[in-house]
Write a new protein. Structure first.
Length: 592
């Protein structure tokens, strides 16, 4: 606690974690209430959220801890997914806690509504710790306000967003807090453990974990007194990844694959930890010597990886050229921000740019203070996050989170001037204008009033169909049909197996590549080819959603193909329509 603060401010400082937790509880209750309809209808809008629930259901139904194969897609063999059980645990725990009181179905809905909000608490505490160390002891409420004003970042914690992204963002917030922690050993442990947990969850944040390691090493290069930070980071990174592999790596991840914490990446992280620990133990006094040793260590790790695992240098998913061209290269979140519509990219990058500006100004102002090194770390990380958007737009949530310290610093610089104004109107409207500017909210406000990239009627029709077909009211009538294997779109597969008793063929996952290609070949090829593929998979029903986004690929890019002919009203003697309720957005056929 800072004893120089006034009594009330000192209490706010001393109890900041408790108060942040209270704020989180209020926020969580608000969003559960606000999104109650979505929770009630189990509106798992993303295919990954549906697959996560299926993974939890399998665990609770007795499937092995290390068996992550989903047997409801591409039966009877099913397919393996590259995830781990870490994120399953809070969801499964909530279901077990709630189902004696409300039943299984309602417990699942509540668990899916509550679980994504849990890592939000970690995010708010991590950001609070960062701004308290770098900006001011009482700056943590501003960090909460600014993160709650983010767009992409906050969406990762909304009810029903049960996939792993929220937990990885939580680990990222702890990583930033550890990088600027003045206590070297504690900061190193924080960064090492947060990186290890994130990597055990999945490799999506691998570039950020690598950047955190590079920044930690650079701190040691600059200041030999940072050797304890580097040593604790190295030991916890290597040990944490090893523990994560032993406890959470599935049977399918114990082979030489490039898309998860497999023996390939485990050896890289353990070797990196060992080399960095050796550097910390040697730790020469000369800065040039430290830089040379760090460069050699980096070259050894990179060179060893390229030599031993060349198959991981191009496509870590290791998919075929055909699947990459027809599917993976078209995944929107894997495209750079400049290849997205202005209406999508501008609001996403506005906050990160303001955060980078704020971090740069704060770093300059702190150049002669004790926080200079901490601000340098945050600025480097913020710059890296913005650069990542020009590689893949999926980094938008991380970039917005990493912008919060910078915009908080900007606000803290401006607030004294604002509160010094005599006019109440200036303080009120000036404060609102400043928040809109530095929070990036201005981007959304501008787009509401500018006729830029507005969705065309065709796109609106596609979006509407895509949304309607995956709803519970649309899917539930399928349960009246006896259980079968259903041949349907790739993006409908996970939702179908989540809401009905039917099996499906494919989901949008690279380890399911052969089944994805079979679905594409069936809908794009001839009717005879389609029937043969369906029969080979044992499908006795076919389900389609006219005008769904995926259907436009088969209709518009394969003219004269099976789905194009079906969409234009042609009938086939081996397909018998199965009646669905009036107004259903789906069409069901029996495959003869």
């Amino acid at each position: 606690m800072n004893k120089s603060l006034p009594p009330l401010a000192a209490e706010l400082d001393r109890h900041w974690i408790k108060l942040t937790t209270i704020a989180w509880v209020v926020i969580a209750i608000f969003y559960v209430w606000k999104r109650w309809a979505a929770i009630h209808w189990l509106s798992l809008g993303d295919t990954d959220d549906n697959m996560r629930l299926m993974q939890v259901r399998a665990l609770l139904d007795g499937q092995g801890w290390y068996d992550l194969r989903n047997y409801r897609l591409n039966p009877p063999g099913g397919f393996d997914i590259h995830w781990s059980r870490i994120v399953d645990l809070p969801i499964a725990g909530l279901i077990l806690l709630l189902r004696p009181f409300v039943g299984v179905a309602e417990a699942e809905k509540l668990a899916c509504g509550i679980a994504p909000l849990i890592p939000l608490c970690i995010v708010l505490i991590g950001l609070g710790a960062t701004v308290r160390r770098l900006v001011a002891p009482l700056a943590w409420p501003l960090a909460i306000v600014f993160f709650m004003g983010s767009t992409v970042g906050l969406m990762m914690f909304m009810p029903d967003r049960i996939d792993h992204h929220g937990w990885q963002l939580a680990m990222l917030s702890l990583t930033v807090a550890g990088l600027c922690d003045p206590d070297g050993p504690r900061g190193g442990v924080t960064v090492g453990l947060a990186s290890a947990v994130s990597l055990a969850i999945g490799l999506e944040m691998l570039p950020y974990c690598a950047m955190a390691g590079a920044i930690t090493a650079l701190r040691w290069v600059w200041d030999a007194g940072e050797r304890q930070r580097l040593l604790s980071y190295a030991l916890t990174l290597g040990g944490g990844c090893a523990a994560g592999y032993v406890v959470f790596a599935s049977e399918a991840n114990r082979v030489m694959r490039c898309d998860a914490l497999t023996p390939i990446w485990l050896s890289v992280f353990v070797a990196a930890g060992a080399l960095l620990a050796l550097l910390a133990l040697v730790s020469p006094h000369n800065r040039t010597a430290r830089f040379a040793l760090a460069a050699v260590a980096g070259a050894v790790i990179a060179g060893g990886f390229a030599t031993l695992f060349p198959q991981c240098l191009s496509r870590p998913e290791q998919v075929s050229d055909e699947l990459y061209a027809s599917w993976l290269s078209n995944v929107r979140e894997a495209k750079p921000i400049y290849r997205h519509a202005f209406r999508t990219g501008f609001p996403m990058i506005a906050l990160p740019v303001m955060g980078l500006i704020g971090a740069g100004i704060a770093t300059w102002r702190a150049r002669k203070s004790d926080t200079a090194l901490g601000w340098t770390c945050v600025s480097l990380f913020a710059l890296f996050a913005v650069a990542m958007l020009f590689w893949q737009v999926r980094g938008g949530a991380a970039a917005q989170l990493l912008a919060v310290p910078g915009v908080t610093a900007l606000a803290w610089i401006i607030l004294p001037w604002l509160f010094g104004q005599k006019s109440l109107l200036i303080r009120l409207f000036g404060g609102a204008a400043i928040f809109v500017l530095i929070s990036g909210t201005f981007a959304n406000l501008m787009l509401r009033n500018l006729p830029i990239d507005r969705p065309k009627p065709y796109v609106q029709r596609v979006n509407r169909a895509t949304g309607l077909c995956v709803t519970m009211p649309a899917m539930n009538p399928l349960n009246r049909v006896p259980r079968a294997t259903v041949f349907t779109f790739v993006d409908l597969g996970p939702r179908l197996i989540t809401l009905t008793h039917h099996n499906a063929i494919a989901g949008p996952y690279h380890r399911n590549g052969d089944a994805i290609l079979d679905v594409q070949h069936a809908f794009k090829g001839s009717p005879e080819q389609a029937r043969a593929i369906m029969k080979r998979h044992g499908a006795t029903l076919m389900l389609v959603c006219p005008n769904m986004a995926e259907s436009t690929v088969y209709r518009d890019r394969a003219p004269g193909g099976f789905y194009d002919r079906l969409a234009h009203g042609e009938r086939f003697d081996w397909l018998t329509p199965v009646p669905l309720p009036k107004g259903s957005p789906l069409r069901l056929f029996r495959v003869e």
